[in-house]
Design a protein around this ligand. Structure first.
Ligand code: GTP
Ligand code: MG
Length: 495
């Protein structure tokens, strides 16, 4: 987000790197601006430290398929997003409409009201809860005479602020550039209205074309960089042998990182802000029988999550897709918890490449005032667990539930290798946990191996005829927590 002065306005679009791509950020520092920033250079983030706090007015529209309460909840969340991004929300305006206005999203009377409210409260930023087309944003900025952004831009801004790792920065920059590419014209219009800023007489079409090309080149470059990093990450994930993988998923601020810390003894950043976590982090978590599983914390989801942003968080998506079990963490104290659960299901549905078993975990029980919520949730999710990452309530029970899931989804087999010995042995050691190895009566290798279900199915298919099972495989499912009702959107099993 930005300020009304020229520099702030330019920076509004920039999230680290955007201005640099167009050669605006600190031009004196480099002489190779056409190539964009080098990847070894840290993104210039100095402008964020110096920017003033914005004063914002929030605008929402109730469309026929929505209720007023839903939209009010969305606006409460938008206010939390605004505060997280450093913008003080001063007022909220709602309008009921049968459909958005093509030119200004809300009607002309409402635009005038927003204008007056901004003047009265000295607001310098208007945030719409819905996605604005480039033309709508342009028209609104002309009338309102201040910066206008939508929920997507706000989320992108927060992601840019919170990105710490090189990969997160690359991903955020990519999402921002993809969002901004079709909006460059608006940016130029915006700049051309600023006294003393570049292009006060309006840019020529040629310059706009040059900028479009630069942005396009930078996007290709970023994609290539990310592909390379993801290849390395995939190799690292493969090296985690046969360990059972659990991913914590859920709405932003549900307490995923807090739960990760409580279960694995790690010290990840926990904050009452949205999108504190952007990088997937994996830790070992001990289970009650002395074994371990790998637990991964992931980026939170939110309503109207920008599609490009979801797609660009590929490392999180890969972690979720390779997990044997998902722990869906829900903030039990949220008045919008049902909508949060639906949103998470929708996002998972869009990113999972196959159905996944899911254990619902309702967190923040220590702060729950109304116990009837538990009964209602149990009706919908009979095998859910109710915990508090903060007080530790319910965590022993949760660990046992996880152990049951692990047992239900791992198989222990004793095999005799008949052919392709080196390959079969290599697979077992790489992808399974070999408990014992000795030599059979005829000199053939004999192994006792624990495999994750999905891996064992792959093993049996790849090496059919090359091994035989000695005795029946053990497949424990002691607590009967297994494949219960189907997860509505993700299509997996939910406990
Ligand atoms: N009362 C209470 N607060 C909790 C509990 N668990 C987490 N919180 C608070 O909820 C807020 C969010 O916690 P995080 O662990 O950062 O949540 P997250 O799901 O990782 O959030 P993002 O990474 O931003 O998506 C913080 O203020 C935590 O202190 C809990 O069991 N009880
Ligand atoms: Mg987190």
């Amino acid at each position: 987000m930005g300020r009304k002065d020229g520099r702030g306005t330019r920076q509004k679009w920039g999230a680290p790197g955007f201005g640099a791509v167009l050669g605006w950020d600190q031009p004196a520092r480099r002489n190779d601006e056409n190539e964009g920033p080098r990847d070894s250079e840290p993104r210039d983030r100095t402008w964020r430290r110096g920017r003033v706090e914005e004063r914002s007015v929030l605008v929402g529209v109730v469309l026929p398929q929505q209720t007023r309460t839903q939209v009010e909840q969305n606006l409460d969340e938008l206010a939390h997003l605004a505060r997280t991004a450093g913008a003080q929300p001063l007022a909220t305006l709602l309008q009921e409409r049968s459909q958005p206005d093509v030119r200004t999203f809300v009607g002309s009377g409402k635009v005038e009201e927003v204008h007056q409210v901004c003047a009265r409260l000295d607001a310098n930023l208007v945030i719409f809860d819905d996605t604005l087309s480039p033309a709508q944003a342009r028209n609104l900025e002309k009338v309102l005479e201040c910066n206008v952004i939508d929920r997507t831009e706000l989320i992108l801004d927060i992601f840019a602020r919170h990105a710490r790792s090189r990969e997160a920065m690359l991903q955020v920059e990519l999402a921002q550039l993809e969002y901004m590419r079709p909006r460059l014209k608006r940016l130029w219009d915006h700049l051309s209205r600023q006294d003393g800023s570049i292009g006060t007489r309006g840019p020529g079409e040629t310059q706009l074309e040059v900028d479009r090309r630069r942005v396009g080149e930078r996007i290709s470059h970023l994609k290539q960089q990310l592909r390379e990093r993801q290849r390395v990450a995939a190799t690292q994930r493969k090296s985690r042998h046969g360990e059972f993988r659990i991913a914590l998923v859920g709405y932003t601020n549900a307490g995923k990182s807090s739960l990760m810390n409580a279960l694995s003894g790690s010290e990840l950043l926990v904050e009452n802000r949205l999108f504190s976590t952007l990088d997937a982090t994996t830790r070992r978590t001990p289970l009650p029988d002395g074994s371990h599983a790998l637990l991964t914390d992931t980026v939170g989801f939110i309503r109207k999550l920008p599609h490009d942003l979801v797609a660009s968080f590929r490392s999180t998506l890969a972690e979720i897709n390779e997990a044997d079990l998902l722990l869906h963490v829900v903030d039990v104290t949220s008045p919008a918890l049902a909508a949060h659960i639906d949103t998470v299901h929708e996002v998972l549905d869009g990113i999972l490449d196959s159905p996944r078993d899911t254990l619902m975990v309702f967190n923040k029980m220590d702060a729950l005032a109304d116990p009837t919520v538990v009964h209602i949730m149990l009706r919908h999710h009979p095998r859910a667990r109710f915990v508090s990452a903060q007080s530790g309530e319910g965590l022993v029970d949760l660990r046992h539930a996880i152990l049951s899931q692990v047992r239900a989804r791992t198989v222990e087999v004793e095999i005799e290798v008949l052919r392709r010995g080196p390959e079969v042995l290599s697979f077992c050691y790489r992808e399974g946990r070999v408990q014992a190895q000795d030599v059979g009566a005829n000199g053939e290798p004999r192994l006792r191996v624990v495999f994750r279900d999905i891996v064992f199915r792959r093993f049996a298919k790849t090496y059919a005829g090359d091994f035989q099972i000695v005795g029946a495989p053990t497949h424990e499912d002691d607590a009967g927590l297994g494949r219960a009702a189907s997860t509505p959107a993700a299509g997996g099993s939910e406990s």
